[in-house]
Design a protein around this ligand. Structure first.
Ligand SMILES: Cc1cc2nc3c(=O)[nH]c(=O)nc-3n(C[C@H](O)[C@H](O)[C@H](O)COP(=O)(O)O)c2cc1C
Length: 339
């Protein structure tokens, strides 16, 4: 039903600027729980990650719902977990528009949003309202945290800590995002020393809430290795790999916008970097694989490599709202023994 609707409106949406289309779709989100029924993943697909029960191994990646305004809709569509954010300590407008671009033939996106968000306090209010209304979903909701643009890297620890303190007890897990390419200097926080300082403060401040570290696919394998070691030593619950890339693999190069590339063209690079992260982690913590997942085969490949779960964003835009439940259904039937 939703997929049919999407097939009808997609050509119209794709004629609009990508962010305008996004805003239009968000206006319809309150209707989704009424339209989407029976899309919850098969119970056989449940996975426990860092003490949290994912409904299935396909989660929503960060960035689609920065302020946590569509959580009941994402849950109704059958995502196994929902990551909201990135939020920053200070609400901020992000970069000037246009800042989100489609590559329809390649099923890729380029974005330089720059953490447009309503701030950690705004997200905490939205999550609090949901909890108080008894509308918290049955799947985990993570809060992805970044650094405010106005904050210098030297003051980054304070900035993240503020968000943790505001959101502790509201989100089911935290993600320390030091890997988005659109905040100047942010990715320098992936270096060993600043990362150790940051995680050494955030993990204890999060108390019982698990903290994941999200890494960029543009790091060399030895830098990924170092970052993973720092994260494990600091007590992180796991790693999320990967964010978008500033490189341009597999695209025609026709769209020469700067920003982070995601979707199908990212997949070969993400796959390679996920493998490097899995090797560095060595089974000591869960790894969540992200980057170009657009089918059950893609998800199954990351899972068979050793990922505990996967997340997706870009393919949802190209393939429609039925995608997470379709992938879950295919994964469940592939696991069922033949009659
Ligand atoms: C428009 C857009 C905005 C994004 N914003 C964020 C963000 O705020 N924080 C974050 O950690 N990742 C962000 N991402 C990255 C995604 O979470 C994901 O890591 C990346 O897109 C790769 O997955 P995909 O190929 O399935 O899209 C964003 C991606 C896109 C396309």
């Amino acid at each position: 039903m939703l997929d049919l609707l999407y097939r009808l409106v997609r050509p119209l949406l794709f004629r609009l600027d990508a962010e305008t289309a996004h805003e239009l779709v968000f206006r319809g989100l309150p209707l989704v729980p009424w339209l989407a029924r029976g899309l919850a993943p098969d119970p056989s697909l449940r996975v426990r990650i860092a003490g949290l029960d994912w409904g299935g191994p396909v989660g929503l990646a960060a960035g689609l719902d920065k302020n946590g305004v569509g959580i009941p809709a994402w849950a109704a569509l059958g995502f196994g977990a929902i990551e909201v954010g990135t939020v920053t300590r200070h609400a901020q407008p992000g970069n000037p528009r246009p800042r989100l671009f489609r590559l329809p033939e390649e099923e890729g996106l380029i974005n330089r949003m720059g953490f447009n968000n309503g701030g950690a306090v705004g997200l905490a209010a939205n999550l609090g309202r949901l909890r108080n209304a008894g509308a918290w979903p049955s799947v985990p909701v993570g809060a992805n945290l970044g650094k405010s643009k106005v904050t210098a890297n030297e003051d980054a620890v304070e900035d993240y800590l503020h968000s943790v303190n505001v959101l502790r007890g509201k989100a089911d897990y935290f993600v320390v995002n030091v890997s988005s390419p659109n905040t100047p200097g942010l990715r320098e926080l992936q270096d060993k020393e600043p990362l150790a300082r940051l995680l050494g403060a955030v993990v204890p401040a999060a108390q019982r809430t698990p903290v994941f570290l999200k890494l960029a696919p543009d790091l060399e394998d030895d830098a990924l290795h170092d970052a993973v070691n720092v994260a494990l030593e600091a007590g992180c619950a796991g790693i999320i790999a990967t964010n978008t890339t500033i490189s341009r693999p597999g695209t025609t190069g026709r769209l020469s916008q700067f920003g982070g590339l995601s979707g199908a063209p990212l997949r070969p690079l993400a796959r390679q970097k996920i493998a490097a992260v899995l090797a560095a982690v060595g089974g000591k913590a869960p790894v969540i694989g992200v980057g170009g997942v657009s089918s059950a085969a893609d998800a199954a490949e990351y899972l068979s490599m050793g990922c505990a779960a996967v997340q997706l964003y870009s393919s949802f835009i190209f393939r429609g709202p039925g995608l997470p439940s379709r992938i879950h259904a295919e994964l469940a039937s592939a696991r069922r023994p033949p009659l």
